[in-house]
Design a protein around this ligand. Structure first.
Ligand SMILES: [Fe+2]
Length: 280
C-alpha cells in the first residue's frame, strides 16, 4: 500500500473529526497532517478503520490518546496498550501522544483527564509508565500538559518543573498545548512565560492550539471556539522559543464547518512561516 511518509512535518495540522471525514476524502485539502483520537479506532475492522486507512494514504496521521491513564495508581491497562500497538502497526503514525493525567481507578475508567499532584512520587510513577509504554510500543510517546481546575496541597514543584523533569527523566517528548498553559495560567495565577522558559526546546515535538470558554470566574478548556487572541500571542512566543513545530488545531465541541478549521490552521501556518523567514 503506497503512503506518504510517517513524519510529522513542522507545519499546521488539523484534528480530524467524523463530520469532516467525507469532505476531506472528497476534496483532499492542502493540510499538512491530521490527528485522530486513538480510542475511536480500537476496533478490529469495519468502516471507521477503512476510512482512516484511506486518509492515511494521503496524509501523515498522529494518534492522540485520552484513555491510557499514565498517572493512575492502577497498573497500566494491558489490553488498552495492546490495542494501541495494533492500531499503530496498521496506521504507522507520525506521532503517538497521551496526556499527563490519570483517569482509572480500581479498574473503573473515569471519562476525564484528571490532574496529578506535582510530587517526586508521581513523577517517578509517570516516568516509569512512559518508559513502559515506549518499550511496549517500540515507538516514542509524546506527553501533553492538561488543563486542570485544582491544585494539590501536596505539590512540591510547579507544573512546568514537573513537565520538564518528566521529559528529562523519561526521555519522552512533549506535546505542548499552548491553550492549556494559558487556561491554567489564568485560573491558577501564574505567568505563562515562566512555563515557556522552563521547557527545553528540543523536547517539544508537537504543539496544540484550541479555544476556551470564559465563564467570568474561570476559563474552561472546551475545544469549542476559535483560538483566543492571548493564546495566539503566547503561541508566537512559543514558536520564537522552540522554533517551528508541528502545530495542531484542536476542535471537539460545537464543531464548525471544516473551512473554519482551515482558517485557523492558516493562521498557525503564518506564524510558523514568519519564524522560518526570520531564520533565513
Ligand atoms: Fe491538546
Amino acid at each position: 500500500m503506497r503512503r506518504v511518509a510517517p513524519i510529522l512535518p513542522e507545519v499546521a495540522g488539523i484534528g480530524l473529526r467524523t463530520p469532516h471525514v467525507a469532505q476531506v476524502r472528497a476534496e483532499k485539502p492542502a493540510v499538512g497532517w491530521f490527528e485522530v483520537h486513538s480510542e475511536n479506532y480500537f476496533v478490529d475492522g469495519g468502516p471507521a478503520l477503512e476510512v482512516l486507512d484511506a486518509v492515511r494514504r494521503d496524509y501523515p496521521i498522529a494518534l492522540h490518546g485520552v484513555g491510557l491513564s499514565l498517572g493512575s495508581a492502577d497498573a497500566l491497562d494491558a489490553e488498552h496498550l495492546a490495542r494501541l500497538k495494533r492500531l499503530a502497526a496498521r496506521i504507522e503514525p507520525a506521532a503517538i501522544s497521551e496526556h499527563l493525567c490519570w483517569g482509572r481507578i480500581d479498574g473503573r475508567h473515569l471519562n476525564d483527564l484528571l490532574p496529578l499532584p506535582f510530587t517526586e512520587e508521581s513523577l517517578a510513577l509517570v516516568a516509569g509508565r512512559v518508559d513502559a509504554v515506549q518499550s511496549a510500543l517500540g515507538r516514542p510517546l509524546l506527553v501533553e500538559n492538561i488543563s486542570a481546575y485544582l491544585r494539590f496541597d501536596a505539590d512540591t514543584m510547579t507544573e512546568w518543573e514537573f513537565l520538564r523533569a518528566l521529559a528529562l527523566k523519561a526521555g519522552c517528548s512533549i506535546l505542548f498545548d499552548v491553550n492549556n498553559v494559558y487556561v491554567n495560567a489564568v485560573n491558577h495565577g501564574f505567568d505563562p512565560r515562566d512555563y515557556l522558559a522552563a521547557i527545553p526546546r528540543d523536547a517539544v515535538a508537537e504543539i496544540h492550539l484550541a479555544g476556551f470558554d470564559d465563564t467570568g470566574t474561570c476559563l474552561i478548556d472546551t475545544h469549542g471556539a476559535r483560538v483566543a487572541a492571548p493564546v495566539w500571542a503566547l503561541y508566537r512566543e512559543a514558536i520564537d522559543r522552540f522554533g517551528p513545530k508541528p502545530t495542531l488545531i484542536e476542535w471537539d465541541t460545537e464543531l464548525p464547518a471544516f473551512e473554519v478549521l482551515l482558517e485557523e490552521a492558516a493562521r498557525a501556518q503564518a506564524v510558523l512561516d514568519r519564524v522560518d523567514a526570520i531564520a533565513l
